[in-house]
Write a protein that binds this ligand. Structure first.
Ligand SMILES: NC(=O)c1ccc[n+]([C@@H]2O[C@H](COP(=O)([O-])OP(=O)(O)OC[C@H]3O[C@@H](n4cnc5c(N)ncnc54)[C@H](O)[C@@H]3O)[C@@H](O)[C@H]2O)c1
Length: 380
């Protein structure tokens, strides 16, 4: 018989991701709906145990959400046999040490990306989890965005014919913090604190590309720090030592060329904060977070280059909206439910530490490619 409720140690829940997406929108939302439904129709609820460094913040969070357990003592939380799962959404730099402890304690592990700062450490985590026989998973939330689910539906339905290329544009202006507060934590802009857009975003691009189009076989990237100085949460000016934009070209195993710009120093002139244009022999699509538009070969206009004449065609009007045809739940929550089923009844969960490590490897190779100014192969 499966347990009705499992303890989940949640470390880093005072942070942006840990609080909003994982505690409130996933774990508490799952309990509000009555738990995770298993294959036999029974349900499992989650008993969060909040772990962090600040007793005041944890106590406040716990009281606000009616959560019984919180502690600043990770070892004590891991020693409790009722806690089956350890979840980590701390700053990236703090992840490896805590995850290794939790593996050692025999917990199943679910963690934010990147799983580590280096490929070596990310691989070591995957190996340690396998050796200890614990289930392991990494957050790959972008796959569950409605826009990307529609894109996957188009791929599975053969809409594109042969896919030629993918063009991704991600980013927005992150304020410098002087005359308007920055909307991201300052550690993101300090390399010494685990920051940088390559380490943040390339792990996402690795699993998006691998799950939708094919594994990456080579990378060329140019990582840049466009804004050299920023102001932190306390109003102190600091040197931005990490990259805040990365221009990457990825060659995939099947010859598809993916080019993805990631930037915190770009002003948005798009419909969404991330957009992917996919061009295939039979059709093209532009997918964002929520929406997806397509143009079939049969409705493709035939523009002729002539700079002497004003443009009269309204190119964007020639695209069609892909209908929802489904209800889309929060992507973080969907993945939590998948992981819980994986833990309790061994349901498939492809988003493991090995795939997390491939994401960290792509970031590492991207930074190296940028430093050396050359394209680097990515081993199969
Ligand atoms: N899946 C996604 O789309 C996504 C988006 C943003 C961030 N992330 C990842 O989530 C993690 C957290 O990012 P965030 O934006 O929530 O950051 P954040 O700064 O808002 O939160 C970080 C958390 O870690 C704790 N922390 C800070 N310094 C620490 C230290 N030295 N030791 C231990 N704990 C410390 C904080 O108290 C807080 O709970 C990062 O690894 C980041 O890469 C993922």
């Amino acid at each position: 018989m499966s347990p009705r409720s499992i303890g989940v140690v949640m470390n880093g829940v005072t942070g942006r991701m840990g609080y909003r997406q994982h505690l409130v929108r996933s774990v508490l939302a799952i309990n509000e709906q009555g738990g995770v439904t298993l294959s036999d129709g029974s349900r499992v609820t989650l008993k969060p145990v909040l772990v962090g460094r600040s007793p005041e913040k944890l106590a406040r969070l716990a009281a606000e959400h009616g959560i019984a357990d919180w502690t600043t003592d990770l070892d004590a939380a891991l020693a409790d046999d009722g806690n089956l799962v350890y979840f980590d959404a701390q700053v990236t730099q703090a992840r490896v040490k805590s995850v290794l402890k939790a593996i050692d304690a025999g917990k199943h592990i679910y963690a934010e990306k990147p799983t580590a700062e280096t490929y070596e450490e990310a691989l070591a985590l995957a190996e340690a989890a396998t050796a200890r026989g614990v289930k392991n998973g990494v957050v790959q939330d972008k796959l569950f965005l409605p826009g990307l689910l529609k894109l996957k539906r188009l791929i599975d339905g053969g809409f594109f014919g042969r896919i030629l290329s993918v063009r991704g544009e991600f980013g927005y202006w992150v304020f410098e913090g002087d005359w308007q507060a920055a909307q991201r934590p300052s550690w993101n802009y300090r390399a010494e604190d685990g920051g940088g857009i390559v380490l943040d975003m390339f792990p996402h691009w690795a699993y998006v590309l691998e799950n939708l189009f094919g594994r990456v076989r080579s990378v060329y990237a140019q990582a840049v720090t466009h804004i050299p100085e920023r102001v932190d949460e306390e109003g102190r000016t600091y040197p931005a030592t990490a990259d805040d934009a990365a221009y990457g070209v990825f060659e995939l195993e099947n010859g598809i060329v993916a080019q993805i710009n990631s930037s915190w120093s770009v002003r948005v002139n798009r419909d969404e904060l991330v957009e992917f244009q996919v061009d295939g022999t039979h059709g093209s699509a532009v997918a964002g977070l929520r929406d997806c538009r397509v143009q079939h070969r049969a409705t493709t206009p035939k523009p002729v280059w002539n700079p002497d004449l004003p443009v009269t065609a309204r190119f964007r009007d020639g695209w069609q909206e892909v209908p929802d045809n489904a209800d889309f739940d929060n992507g973080f929550k969907i993945q939590w439910e998948m992981f819980v089923r994986h833990v309790i009844e061994d349901a498939p969960f492809p988003h493991d530490f090995a795939s997390g490590a491939r994401g960290v490897r792509l970031a590492e190779l991207g930074l190296r490619s940028s430093a050396e100014g050359r394209r680097l192969p990515v081993e199969p």
